[in-house]
Design a protein around this ligand. Structure first.
Ligand SMILES: Nc1ncnc2c1ncn2[C@@H]1O[C@H](COP(=O)(O)OP(=O)(O)O)[C@@H](O)[C@H]1O
Ligand SMILES: Cc1ncc(COP(=O)(O)O)c(C=O)c1O
Ligand SMILES: [Mg+2]
Length: 290
C-alpha cells in the first residue's frame, strides 16, 4: 500500500470562515494527505472583514512544536512544509530554521512558500517586516514559490507589461532558489477580461492556464491559500508539477462555483468536498515560451 504523505502547514487560523490553514487543511486532507497544522495567528476571522479579534502567536512556539514532534520520533516523516500568512518576521525565521532541520533528517522534504503579502486596497493586512522577510530571506530556501501578481511584482520590483513579461519575471525567480514558481493569479496589460489566468514556471518549461472568471459581489478570500495547499498536496501524492497545476485549477474552480451558487462570501469548502477530490471540470495547461 502507498504511504500517505505528511505535510506540516504553517499559516493563519481563523475561527470563523476560511483563510490560511482554515482554507487549506481540510481540502489537503480531503485529497489524501496527513496534515500537521501549525498556526501563526489565531484570529476570529480573516482581515478583509476590516476588524478581527485574536493575536499573533509567539514565534517561540514554532521551534517548540517542531521539537515536540522530533522528540516523539516523527519529524523525519515530514514530507513537506508549507508556509503562508505570517504574523511576524521572527515567525518566518523560525520556519526557515524548522525547514532546515526537517531537510537535514529527510533530504527529500519539500518547502513551499506562499509569500502572503499585505494588500491594503483589498484589506489583506500583513506587517511590512513580513513582506521584507519574504522578499529577502524566504525565497532562497523555497523549493516552490506561489506568489500572486502583486507579490510577483514585489519580487521583481516592477509591474509587468505583458503576459511574456510576467513569464520573464517568474523565470527570474528561479535563479533565486525555487525549483518551480506558480503564479496563482495573473494581471497584465491586455489580459482578456473574462479569464482567470495562472502560470507555472520550472527549469524544464513553463505553462499557462486559463479558467473562467466568475462574478462575485465581494471577492472570496482564501483562494490563494487553497491553491498553494492543493498544489503541494497533489505533488506529494505523486502528480507531476503540470498535473498538480491542472488539478489545482480544476478543484479551486469547483469550490468557487459552489461558493457562487450558494451566494456565500466564505468559500464553501465543506459543500464542495467531493468536487475538490474529483473535479468535474478540466483545464489544460499549455506550454508557453519566451
Ligand atoms: N475564477 C475566478 N473568478 C473570479 N474570481 C476569482 C477566481 N479565482 C480566484 N478569484 C479571486 O481572485 C483573487 C485572487 O487574489 P489575489 O490576492 O490576487 O491572490 P491570492 O488569493 O492567490 O493570494 C481573489 O479575490 C479570488 O477570490
Ligand atoms: C488571516 C488571513 N490569512 C490568510 C489570508 C490570505 O488569503 P488569500 O488566500 O486570499 O491570499 C488573509 C487575507 O486577507 C488573511 O486575512
Ligand atoms: Mg494570497
Amino acid at each position: 500500500m502507498k504511504r500517505t504523505p505528511h505535510l506540516l502547514a504553517i499559516q493563519s487560523h481563523v475561527v470563523f470562515g476560511h483563510a490560511g490553514n482554515s482554507a487549506a487543511v481540510f481540502p489537503m486532507q480531503r485529497v489524501g494527505v496527513n496534515v500537521w497544522p501549525l498556526n501563526t495567528v489565531q484570529f476570529s476571522n480573516h482581515t478583509q472583514y476590516g476588524q478581527w479579534a485574536g493575536e499573533v502567536l509567539a514565534p517561540q512556539q514554532i521551534p517548540a512544536l517542531v521539537e515536540g514532534i522530533a522528540v516523539i520520533g516523527e519529524l523525519g516523516n515530514c514530507d513537506a512544509v508549507l508556509s503562508g500568512y505570517l504574523g511576524s518576521a521572527d515567525q518566518g525565521r523560525a520556519i526557515l530554521t524548522g525547514v532546515a532541520r526537517i531537510k537535514a533528517i529527510n533530504p527529500k522534504a519539500l518547502y513551499l512558500c506562499d509569500p502572503v503579502m499585505g494588500h491594503p486596497e483589498k484589506g489583506c493586512i500583513v506587517p511590512q517586516e513580513v513582506s521584507d522577510f519574504l522578499l529577502d530571506e524566504a525565497v532562497a530556501m523555497a523549493d516552490f514559490l506561489c506568489p500572486n501578481q502583486l507579490e510577483l511584482d514585489s519580487f521583481a520590483g516592477r509591474k509587468p507589461q505583458s503576459l511574456f513579461d510576467c513569464l520573464a519575471m517568474a523565470k527570474a525567480l528561479l535563479a533565486r532558489g525555487p525549483k518551480a514558481v506558480l503564479v496563482k493569479h495573473l494581471d497584465y496589460p491586455g489580459k482578456l477580461p473574462d479569464g482567470f489566468e495562472m502560470l507555472l514556471v520550472t527549469a524544464d518549461g513553463s505553462w499557462h492556464l486559463r479558467r473562467p472568471l466568475l462574478a462575485f459581489p465581494r471577492q472570496p478570500v482564501g483562494v490563494g491559500d487553497l491553491t498553494s495547499g492543493l498544489f503541494l498536496a497533489r505533488v506529494l501524492l505523486g502528480d507531476s508539477l503540470v498535473a498538480a497545476f491542472e488539478f489545482t485549477a480544476a478543484a479551486v474552480h469547483e469550490v468557487l462555483l459552489e461558493t457562487q451558487a450558494c451566494g456565500s462570501y466564505e468559500l464553501e469548502l465543506v459543500r464542495a468536498q467531493d468536487r475538490i477530490a474529483h473535479p468535474r471540470v478540466r483545464f489544460e495547461a499549455t506550454p508557453i515560451g519566451l
